[in-house]
Design a protein around this ligand. Structure first.
Ligand code: 5RP
Length: 220
């Protein structure tokens, strides 16, 4: 099966977590696009989706899925999103699509983060995928120097301005052995908007697309 087919498989599998009439949190990316397509094709009527990006909002609206503002809801049962990496405890690296801040905000509204990913995303330790960090533009160089002091290399993602008007640094050369401590530390550096490690808002479930079908991983 191709990676695209695996993404379609888990996008479809995520429908098991969508109840008729529910409000659902919806992430961003090519895997989530498959989920949005499956939701639209199913004909299942939801009360609305809380979207994590302009990209997903536009796709859902075009397919007739009602979109609600995050401020309109007090909580969500599920948030469905992809990941760039996920470890065996459900910690993730996210932000390949530059939507990490809104993704973390919507994930934080949800009881359960349902991660949908093909098996290439499952890793023993986070850090091989360049870690996205959303930063206030004036702090980018300063933050890059802090990563350099840790032995990593932060590169500005050329030409990218996030939905929040900020920039993205992609950080190479990290091995994130304690995701919760790393997230808490980097998040409080001045100028960091959001670090793309999702430990506090880790996955509760991962629907992993494999050649043998969808494997469901659950995390405590
Ligand atoms: O974090 C994300 C966007 O900011 C995506 O979930 C992540 O990049 C995975 O994307 P894809 O499903 O296209 O592989």
């Amino acid at each position: 099966m191709t990676q695209d087919e695996l993404k379609a498989l888990v996008g479809q599998a995520a429908m098991a977590y969508v109840q008729e009439g529910a409000i659902v949190g919806v992430g961003t990316g090519s895997t989530v696009d498959k989920f949005i397509d499956a939701l639209a094709a199913s004909g299942r009527k939801i009360a609305g989706a809380v979207s994590s990006s302009v990209r997903s909002t536009e796709r859902m609206k075009a397919l007739g899925i009602p979109v609600l503002e995050a401020a309109e809801v007090k909580g969500l049962k599920v948030y469905i999103d992809g990941a760039d990496e996920i470890d065996h405890q459900g910690h993730m690296v996210k932000g390949g699509g530059a939507a990490l801040t809104r993704e973390k905000i919507v994930a934080d509204l949800a009881e359960t983060f349902v991660c949908i990913a093909d098996e290439s995303k499952l890793v023993p330790t986070l850090g091989k995928f360049p870690l996205p960090v959303e930063v206030i533009p004036m702090a980018a160089a300063q933050i890059a120097r802090r990563f350099a002091a840790m032995g990593a290399e932060a590169q500005l993602r050329a030409g990218v301005v996030t939905d929040n008007g900020c920039h993205i640094l992609d950080v190479r050369g990290l091995s994130i052995t304690d995701p919760a401590a790393f997230e808490a530390d980097v998040n409080q550096w001045p100028g960091v908007v959001t670090v793309g490690v999702f430990a506090r808002n880790k996955a509760g479930v991962c629907l992993l697309g494999t050649a043998e079908g969808v494997k469901t991983l659950t995390f405590a």
